[in-house]
Design a protein around this ligand. Structure first.
Ligand SMILES: [Zn+2]
Ligand SMILES: [Zn+2]
Length: 75
């Protein structure tokens, strides 16, 4: 069985100052209770699936508006 081995600490993401964590591309491992800067879909530590979208509707709306803003800055 998978468990937290501390590997997630290497990918631990810092809190973004201008936008939400998900909008900044960070992913959440609910098992390790940490936000990661990691490109894969599962946690490098416990191998559980990472959450890349906010759970609440309000959180999703905020996320989408921030993602759009981010794209506009890049383009
Ligand atoms: Zn972990
Ligand atoms: Zn994990």
């Amino acid at each position: 069985m998978a468990y937290c081995i501390g590997e997630c600490k290497k990918y631990k993401a810092l809190k973004p100052s201008e936008m939400g964590r998900y909008a900044a591309g960070q992913k959440r491992c609910n098992y390790c209770e940490v936000f990661l800067e990691y490109s894969g879909i599962s946690c490098p530590c416990c191998k559980r699936q990472l959450r890349c979208l906010p759970r609440s509707r309000k959180g999703k709306e905020k996320y989408l508006s921030q993602v759009v803003q981010k794209r506009e800055i890049i383009v």
